[in-house]
Write a protein that binds this ligand. Structure first.
Ligand code: MGD
Ligand code: MGD
Ligand code: SF4
Ligand code: MO
Length: 905
């Protein structure tokens, strides 16, 4: 049974969602930290997602992931009811009442037996600020433990540490507009073209329209580097040496702003002294960074001579054992030139997740208390009074990697994971996984019924509302708070995360969790930010503390700080000092001598770099459902330099086994000059849900930056070797199949089917037996060829293909098979089409225009002649152009040229 409060709430969110049908709901993209505004509405084809022209992050534009959001909304695979693991290991549906009671009781019991630090909550930068606020209040104010950390530890922690050291607070000084008006943009450890695409577009527009220059500093040549005026392919872990060298150069060439240094900063001389030890001159910088002297010189010169320079940085900086030092080395150069918080001149951290910033604001990290306050006695007392909290924790908690280590050691006995997939995303993920299996009580709040974390022995699953259903706020990379609004009905019994935390808190007997709406939570959060603030703390949104429910509903994007009495938020910080250190001065922080957490060795001679691809989001729980997004890079892969490939016997498009001290994966090798010698790169997106042996987190060393606790995810010593299988091919199925051990497979999202790319040592007989087991009928056709070792089998359910396997040297073209598989009425001779890879309908059909549905030019031309005069009409008749849309321009021009030929135009 739902308690009353939640009932109202679920009803409320349902009416508000259905109420929006027909007109567009203004909301925010749930993916990256750019935080683009979107308009969501419905038409006959389902949800329609377009960019919000009025949102200041994107002005109407969306990247491929944002545009494909409509394809990720289906309820297949969704967790819709609370579920409990039975003694036989299966999950069974239970009531909310039982789920909440069990969570509250088990937490209380473990706390009473082992103390508050025996429980932990692991959160996510993909939660809304309201969710985060309630979780943090429950843990740090009432349970009395700071063992609440977040996946932002793996993401932004080094930036937080660096900014706190330099500014006295976790303040982002600049804003997006700076990227439009800078004359030089330096991107460090950022593949913005793929990871912050809309910001990258803004930079490129600035380049085109204003002639701004772009310098990219990365260990490999990325899509971002392709757009740069100067690309510096730096040795891993050496960014702080490069920026220490730059600091020396700036001082030497009198490019520093002595007045700014003098008035607003401290520690400059010490920073120069230590930078001199590290990189006394360009030659020393060159030696450490592995760069060409001329390139270093050009970078230094451009930086020194350009007043308006933005240095934007991301995970190549943060995810390092020296991440905090890298951040400070960058900030040092901006402080020294006074280029901070001025139009077009600032350091700018590009946050990863949509609400990594919001999480930092509420105190979602184990080393901050709440509302950008730390664990000093005054803050502890202030928060205690504001919350009327009985047991405000007085010390920092365990940071993510240490938290999972404490779980492994049995010190933490209960864990609540919310909105993140640590079994895949933590370093040394196999160890994290084994640790979770040992928990006395393990609860997961998620949208999905199955992920690697849930499948690591979770005892209880709590269904959370997903994007489109939930409502609240997020903060993007430029401190801009935007609303996420529901536009879909809340499915099953899913609830907002904040209400789940509140309900558990109430059942644990705590007062102060009677929130009736997200707006209620937000007002309290805003109130705390302003409480006894008096401009002493950067994070202050006091102006929003009194919003009515209607104001909150209408809230338009606003930047913090937005103090009470001010008409709007603030664009920039620190242009004229005003730092949050005790003396109000910024600190120069001297970077230590760079040293990697790990060394390459004979058994592990390469460095494994990990990161992202354009069209997938993290562990693919959402983007993995989109056929369109699956087409860009459908398989887990490893990039390797041709010379390394030759040395280790790896071939382009062959499979390769990548191993480290911690684990191993089997990945498709992409041999490419973009990858420097000595380094390989693999994406982070595949998990045990979507592939066998491609969960890259299992390979990553668990070493962290000593200050931020952020793991060095981009430089694990690794080995690579070819991995041979007897044959490769693919399987198309109507529903997911369970492969036996030993098979390499990876799942590809398809419309109306599930696709698997496979590599296999199994014999024809074994495959036939497997397919028979997976099939519901005996109706099949089969083709075998000893010479090419080809095996093709199609099994039918009536006239509908149910399974289709193609293995061997002449495996069919995937797209053509897919088009035939997608047809429902395959009778008689057409059945053989699957085996030959050519349906009668598509044979001799001219060049393939629509690759999604295998529709050729001749067929489209025939349809136009028969009267299909629009791309929609073609789509209705042939399906061409109705999937990814890449061929629409071509179809349109075919229509136009026929109309021209017919004298119509
Ligand atoms: N498509 C897509 N976009 C995303 C995400 C996604 O999953 N998919 N996730 C979002 C999230 S949460 C985040 S955190 C961001 C991350 O955004 P980015 O940080 O841009 O992405 P990454 O691919 O993790 O890493 C960036 C680059 O750092 C480089 N690098 C590695 N080591 C070093 C080094 O020592 N020095 C330097 N200078 N560079 C180095 C890598 O080669 C890589 O190209 O992306 C966000 N946007
Ligand atoms: N090797 C390596 N490891 C990395 C990185 C790397 O570059 N290299 N990057 C790190 C970084 S920067 C990040 S941000 C992490 C990301 O890693 P994760 O956070 O582990 O990845 P996601 O796939 O985003 O997991 C989100 C989960 O939350 C669920 N979810 C989504 N929305 C909601 C919601 O509103 N409520 C609830 N309760 N659940 C929800 C989804 O279904 C999914 O299961 O990975 C980190 N790990
Ligand atoms: S740039 Fe980021 S926020 Fe904008 S549409 Fe793409 S993924 Fe969404
Ligand atoms: Mo991230």
């Amino acid at each position: 049974m739902l308690d009353d409060m939640t009932k109202t709430l679920v009803e409320e969110s349902q009416t508000s969602a259905t109420g929006s049908t027909g007109m567009a709901t203004r909301t925010t993209c749930p993916y990256c930290g750019v935080g683009c505004g979107v308009l969501a509405s419905f038409d006959d084809n389902g949800a329609r997602i377009v960019g919000d022209p009025d949102h200041p992050a994107n002005f109407g534009r969306l990247c491929s992931k944002g545009s494909a959001l409509g394809e990720t909304l289906e309820l297949k695979g969704r967790l819709l009811y609370p579920m409990e693991r039975r003694s036989d290991g299966a999950l069974a549906r239970i009531s909310w009442d039982r789920a909440l009671e069990r969570t509250a009781q088990r937490f209380k019991q473990i706390i009473s037996e082992h103390g508050p630090d025996a429980v932990a909550v692991y959160l996510s930068g993909q939660l809304l600020t309201e969710d985060y606020y309630v979780a943090n209040k429950l843990m740090k104010g009432f349970i009395g433990s700071a063992n609440v950390d977040t996946n932002s530890r793996l993401c932004m922690a080094s930036t937080v540490a660096g900014q706190k050291r330099a500014f006295g607070a976790d303040t982002v000084p600049g804003c997006y507009e700076d990227l439009d008006v800078a004359d030089l943009v330096v991107l460090v450890g950022s593949n913005a073209a793929w990871c912050h695409p809309i910001l990258f577009q803004r930079i490129m527009r600035n380049k085109e329209e204003r002639g701004a220059r772009l310098i990219v500093i990365d260990t490999r040549r990325t899509a971002t580097a392709e757009g740069a005026d100067l690309f510096l392919q730096i040795a891993p872990g050496m960014d702080q040496a490069l920026f220490a060298g730059l600091l020396i150069y700036l001082a030497r060439t009198a490019a520093v702003d002595a007045a700014y240094i003098d008035r607003f900063t401290s520690g400059f001389d010490a920073a120069i002294r230590s930078a001199k030890e590290l990189t006394p001159n360009i030659a020393a910088t060159t030696a450490l960074t592995g760069l060409r002297e001329a390139d270093v010189g050009r970078f230094f010169e451009l930086f020194a001579s350009t007043e308006r320079v933005v240095t934007a940085f991301s995970q190549g900086v943060n995810q390092s054992a020296q991440g905090s030092d890298k951040v400070n080395a960058i900030i040092n150069c901006h402080l020294a030139t006074g280029r901070i918080g001025k139009p077009g001149a600032s350091p700018l951290s590009l946050t990863g997740q949509p609400n990594a910033m919001g999480g930092r604001e509420v105190g979602g990290l184990a080393n901050s208390l709440a509302a950008h306050m730390g664990f000093d006695p005054a803050s502890i007392d202030r928060v205690r009074r504001f919350w009327s909290a009985p047991s405000v924790v007085e010390h920092e908690g365990l940071k993510a990697v240490a938290m999972f280590e404490a779980i492994a050691q049995g010190k933490i006995k209960a864990l609540w994971v919310v909105g993140t997939n640590p079994a895949a995303s933590l370093p040394d993920a196999d160890r994290a996984r084994a640790a979770m299996r040992k928990l006395d009580f393990f609860v997961v709040s998620d949208n999905t019924r199955s992920n690697d974390t849930i499948n690591s022995g979770a005892h209880l699953l709590l269904p959370a509302q997903a994007w489109g259903e939930k409502s609240g706020t997020v903060t993007n990379s430029e401190r801009r708070i935007s609303r996420q609004r529901a536009f879909l009905p809340s499915p099953g019994e899913a609830r907002p995360d904040w209400s789940i935390f509140s309900a558990v808190a109430r059942r644990m007997g705590y007062a102060g969790f009677d929130f009736r709406s997200a707006a209620d939570v937000f007002r309290e959060h805003a109130g705390l930010s302003a409480f006894e603030n008096d401009d002493a703390r950067d994070f202050d949104i006091g102006a929003l503390a009194q919003l009515t429910d209607a104001d909150y509903e209408e809230l338009s994007p606003t930047q913090w700080p937005h103090r009470a009495g001010e008409a709007k938020g603030r664009l920039r910080f620190f242009g004229d000092g005003g730092f949050f250190t005790p003396d109000g001065r910024a600190r120069f922080v001297s970077p230590k001598t760079p040293s990697m957490a790990t060394q390459v060795s004979k058994p592990f001679p390469l460095r494994l770099n990990t990161g992202r691809i354009r069209d997938q989001w993290h562990t693919m729980t959402r983007t993995g459902a989109s056929p369109r997004l699956g087409r860009h890079l459908p398989e887990p892969f490893v990039d390797i330099n041709p010379a390394d490939a030759a040395e280790f016997g790896v071939t382009h498009q062959g499979l390769a086994r990548v191993s480290t001290r911690w684990g191993e994966c089997v990945l498709r090798a992409h041999v490419t000059e973009a990858q420097p010698r000595g380094h390989i790169f693999a994406p982070i997106h595949w998990t045990d849900e979507t592939a066998r042996q491609a969960r890259i987190g299992a390979l990553v060393a668990p070493y962290v930056d000593p200050i931020s606790g952020q793991p060095e995810a981009k430089a694990t010593p690794a080995a690579i070797a070819p991995q041979a299988y007897a044959r490769e091919g693919f399987l198309l199925a109507r529903k997911p199949v369970a492969f036996p051990r030993g098979e390499w497979w990876t799942r590809v999202a398809l419309a109306g089917a599930v696709g698997y790319r496979i590599a296999s040592d199994r014999t024809d007989q074994e495959w036939l037996a497997f397919l028979a087991e997976e099939s519901s009928t005996d109706d099949m056709v089969e083709f075998r060829d000893e010479q090419t070792r080809a095996l093709r089998v199609a099994r039918f359910d009536g006239d509908r293909p149910e399974l289709f396997l193609s293995l061997g040297q002449t495996a069919q073209p995937w797209d053509a098979s897919l088009a035939i598989f997608a047809e429902n009425g395959l009778a008689g001779s057409q059945r053989r089409a699957l085996l030959s890879g050519r349906s009668e309908a598509t044979s001799d059909d001219g060049p393939e225009v629509c690759v999604c549905f295998g529709v050729g030019a001749k067929k489209i031309q025939a349809a136009i002649q028969e009267g299909c005069g629009t791309t929609n009409a073609i789509g209705e008749r042939l399906r061409a152009g109705t999937n990814c849309g890449s061929c629409l321009t071509e179809i349109r021009s075919m229509i136009l040229s026929q109309r021209r030929a017919g004298g119509e135009l």
